[in-house]
Every structure is written in C-alpha cells, then in structure tokens.
Design a protein around this ligand. Structure first.
Ligand SMILES: O=P(O)(O)OC[C@H]1O[C@](O)(CO)[C@@H](O)[C@@H]1O
Length: 407
C-alpha cells in the first residue's frame, strides 16, 4: 500500500488500465514544488492555470467581466456531470457561507431537459455565464445541455459573438472545445493525470472559485495539501486515510457489512455523501484486481446517507434496530458557521447533541434491563431494546471553513 501511495505521489502511471498517472495531489502543490510526469515538472502549469482562473474569477466578481450587452454577470451556471458536477456543487454548498451572495450559482447535470429548464427559466440570458465543465468534452449529457444552453442564449441575444462573453470551458480537450464553438482563450485546462472524480481543485473548480473568491479557494487547496502531507508522513497507526480505508476493508470483508452510511450533522454538507458516492463507488466498483484476475474479496460498500437530523426521522430506525450491520461516519463541527447568529446559532447545540447521542446509542445501545428500569411493560421491552455495538467513526472539526472542508 505504501509503495503504491509513494508511486502515486511521484507521478508514476499507477492507473494501469488507462496507462496514466494519478496525480490530483499536484493540483495543490506549492508553487516551488517539483513533480514530474514523464520527465516534465507539472507544477508551473498547475499554477499558471490557477492564476488565470483567479484573474477571471476576480473579473466576474468585480463586474469587470460583463455579458455581451454590457450587463454584469449575475448567475453562473455550471454544466457538467459526475466529477465535473458533484465536486464543485458539493463544495459550493459546503462553503455557501463564504460565497458572494450578490451572485447566484446553479449546477446542471441531468440530460433530462427539465434540469436546464428549471435552472434557466427565471434568468436573464444577458446576465448569465455558462461554465461547461467536462474533462473529455465528449460526455453526451454535458454536450447536449451546453448545446441547448447556447440556443437559449442566442435566441435571446441573437448574435453568435455573444457566446464568447457567456461561455467558458473547463477541459483537457482543446480540440473538442474549439469544435463546440468556444474559443480556447476562454478555456481553462487541466490534464489527463487528474481523474474526473478528483478534479474539483483543478480548473473544474472555477464556479467555486468565482463563488468564494481566489483567496478562499487557495485556502481550500491548503487544506487538501495538509491531508496529502499527513497521508505521506504519518505513521501507519496514526494515518487517518489509511486507517479509514482499512476500517472499510474490515467492515466489508470481516464483518459482512454491505453498506456504509455517511451522516453529516451540517446542512452545508447536504451534497457531501453524493460526492463521496462517486469518489468511493466509482473507484472501488471492481470485481477484478489490478491484473484483471477475479477478486475473491469484497471491493467496496454501497455509500449512502443524508444530513442529520433528517435521517433520524427516516431510516436511523433500521441502523439501530434492523438486522443489518451498517457502519456509519458521523461528521460534525464544534461551532456553527459565522453567518448564523442569535437563536439560529444556538440551535447548533441541539444539532450537536443529536450527533453525540446517536454515536452513543449506536455504540452502547439500550439493554433490556435499562428499558425495564424505565418502567416499560414487559411485552414492549424487545421493541425498545437497541443492541448497540454498531461501528461508527465520529469526525469532529472546529468549524466548516474552506481549509477544513478539504480535510
Ligand atoms: O468530465 P467528463 O469527461 O464530462 O466526465 C464526467 C464523468 O464521467 C465519468 O467519466 C464516468 O461516467 C466520470 O469519471 C466523470 O467524472
């Protein structure tokens, strides 16, 4: 495992089926780092794109970048799917408290025309910027939605030249971007060594950078880097990514768990589990090993969950009292986000009390004796008993900030 980890950080082609490096970690490397792919240091190119993104994001945020008619951009619509949607959409929600509230952001992914319709029906085309996010620029959903968005814009503005002010592309494929009709001057590139599901701190994060600003975006990259360095340097028995991975192997293969619940006690993390589903299930959705031989072990669980406390009133019953073993991660923050005040900030204590109570109940359950001691009639005792001993991990941070969100 450590050998593969180190090969990954060195930029070796550990993705053997696509013969590629797996180097999303280079996206958050400091300016003076040297990370080579095929003998070329990729860090200067990473920072050149980050600088271009920062310049563009700054101009949209300040109003200097206007639409074709000279109106200020008011809404940014990201069109993408999979990693080109889930990452920026999740991070935008997570960091909403840090976003420029004078701008609106929408994320369109589904090829169902209703998605684009609902995202644009109340918008003024002259004030709308579309970001077409696609690593390959061949994905049918994204190209279809981008084509429809261009028609929507041109129907209103009636001039092909408007496309240059209202469309930018995020991609590795300059040829396809040009074929689509977006000038490569309006393209922010990334590279084939960035896997789609790991891409939101590449150019794919442009919508997020416009929302939170370049400085906050860089703080987020710092958070990623802290975890990268921890993963490389921490000893095995204190290495959080390693331990969490091993716990997954343990639950799945030795305790027979079929799924893994991720339960954030933060409304801002409402899209976190959906993002993790791609990260984990697209990565581990395999039934052969690296050499193509049938796997004789469980490769990955079904990842699922929604924010607490909503789930408590829906499916927690099955976690506590059902017949299945469902390991769970409970995620919470000591402080509410800065934007909350008064009674709404005070509700944070109630939220966190729920998290701690759930962790306790899942671990220790409620024995028949405890239930009887509460005066529950004997015939009700089996129905009120919780067996406990459900594996959980409680992940606590001080506050949901850009740096912390990446960790
Ligand atoms: O960014 P693209 O090339 O449009 O791909 C979108 C998504 O499709 C996939 O390739 C798989 O369907 C994902 O890995 C990727 O995130």
């Amino acid at each position: 495992m450590f050998g593969l980890r180190d090969a990954m950080f060195r930029g070796e082609r550990i993705n053997t089926t696509e013969d590629r490096a797996v180097l999303h970690t280079a996206l958050r490397a400091p300016r003076d780092a040297v990370i080579e792919v095929d003998g070329e240091n990729v860090v200067p190119a990473v920072h050149a794109v980050l600088d271009r993104m920062a310049d563009f994001a700054g101009r949209v945020r300040s109003g200097e970048w206007t639409g074709h008619t000279g109106k200020r951009i008011r809404t940014v619509v990201n069109i993408g799917i999979g990693g080109s949607d889930l990452g920026p959409a999740m991070a935008y929600e997570a960091l909403r408290a840090y976003t420029d509230r004078s701008l609106a952001f929408r994320f369109v992914s589904n090829v169902d025309g209703a998605d684009l319709h609902e995202a644009t029906r109340d918008l003024d085309p002259a004030e709308t910027l579309f970001i077409v996010a696609s690593k390959t620029f061949t994905t049918i959903e994204t190209i279809t939605n981008a084509t429809s968005a261009r028609s929507w814009l041109l129907d209103a503005l009636g001039d092909e030249k408007a496309v240059a002010r209202h469309f930018v592309a995020l991609s590795t494929n300059a040829g396809k971007v040009t074929d689509f009709g977006i000038d490569t001057a309006n393209m922010f590139e990334f590279w084939d060594w960035v896997g789609g599901r790991y891409s939101f701190d590449s150019a794919i994060g442009l919508s997020l950078m416009i929302a939170i600003g370049p400085d906050r975006f860089r703080e987020m990259l710092d958070g990623f880097r802290i975890v990268d360095e921890h993963f490389v340097n921490a000893p095995a028995d204190a290495n959080a990514p390693l331990l969490m991975g091993l716990l997954g192997v343990w639950y799945n293969n030795f305790l027979g768990a079929q799924s893994h619940a991720v339960l954030p006690y933060s409304h801002y993390l409402s899209k976190f589990t959906a993002y993790l589903q791609q990260l984990d299930m697209e990565s581990n959705g395999k039934s052969v090993d690296r050499e193509g031989r049938p796997a004789t072990w469980q490769t990955g669980p079904v990842v699922w969950g929604t924010p607490g406390t909503n789930g408590q009133h829906a499916y927690y019953q099955l976690i506590h009292q059902g017949t299945k073993l469902i390991p769970a991660d409970l995620i919470g923050f000591a402080r509410p986000v800065a934007g909350l005040s008064g009674g709404l900030a005070a509700q944070h204590d109630l939220l966190m009390a729920n998290l701690f109570a759930q962790g306790q109940a899942l671990a220790f359950g409620r024995t028949a004796e405890e239930v009887r001691a509460e005066g529950v009639p004997e015939e009700q005792v089996p129905h009120r008993t919780f067996r406990g001993n459900h594996p959980t991990t409680t992940i606590l941070a001080t506050e949901l900030t850009p740096r912390c969100s990446a960790s």
